[in-house]
Design a protein. Structure first.
Length: 210
């Protein structure tokens, strides 16, 4: 009986294992590569750390973002409903509220008992649906206060008309102003542009409460 296995087939060589020339060659990292990575991480950390503040600073930033969102909402709500909307800051610096105002009421002083508040479905029962922010009631914002609000002269409010522009007393175009939010950890100034109501935020040096 003839053995016709491949190794005895005429004209063919026995099959041999060939190393895979495409096999990935693994090697460890060199000391130089490790040092480069360490240096890069160190530089990244040194650039990042100055922008990372304490928890109190983060809470103050969150309060600033909340205020910006409320100002933006008041402006868009005035435009959407073709009416005047106002962001009124409390005299004691504990927060602000959003109001509906008629054109003939633009010059009237703020009276919390008779004000026409914008409805907020997420408001607490104590607020009875009023769109109002009391910084003292929030555990996160309890240390934040509105140190000052000087808008359109000496007003403590910013008002938007049906076109979304800022207006001052008597319905004249708004001149803008600034709002300062402060806490023991940080102080931020919000500059409000006249007419457009555009907000620009600046972190001020120093963080002492008044």
């Amino acid at each position: 009986m003839v053995d016709r296995s491949p190794r005895f087939t005429k004209g063919k060589q026995p099959m041999r294992h060939r190393p895979n020339i495409f096999q990935t060659i693994r090697r460890g990292y060199t000391l130089i590569e490790v040092l480069i990575v360490v240096v890069i991480l160190g530089l990244a950390g040194s650039l990042l750390v100055p922008y990372l503040g304490s928890k109190g600073d983060f809470d103050t930033q969150a309060a600033v973002r909340t205020l910006i969102a409320d100002i933006t909402f008041a402006q868009s709500d005035a435009l959407a409903n073709q009416g005047f909307r106002r962001v009124q800051f409390y005299a004691d610096g504990t927060g602000w509220c959003l109001l509906r105002v008629a054109e003939e009421e633009l010059s009237e002083p703020f009276d919390p008992s008779t004000a026409d508040y914008v409805y907020d479905p997420l408001a607490s029962n104590a607020e009875r649906g009023a769109y109002a922010v009391d910084l003292r009631e929030s555990q996160r914002f309890s240390s934040v206060r509105v140190r000052s609000a000087s808008l359109d002269g000496n007003s403590r409010s910013i008002t938007f008309d049906e076109l979304g522009g800022t207006v001052g007393v008597g319905g004249i175009p708004g001149t803008g102003g600034k709002i300062i939010l402060t806490s023991p950890e940080a102080t931020y100034q919000l500059d409000i542009a006249g007419v457009t109501g555009k907000v620009r935020v600046t972190r001020l040096a120093g963080s002492s409460m008044p």
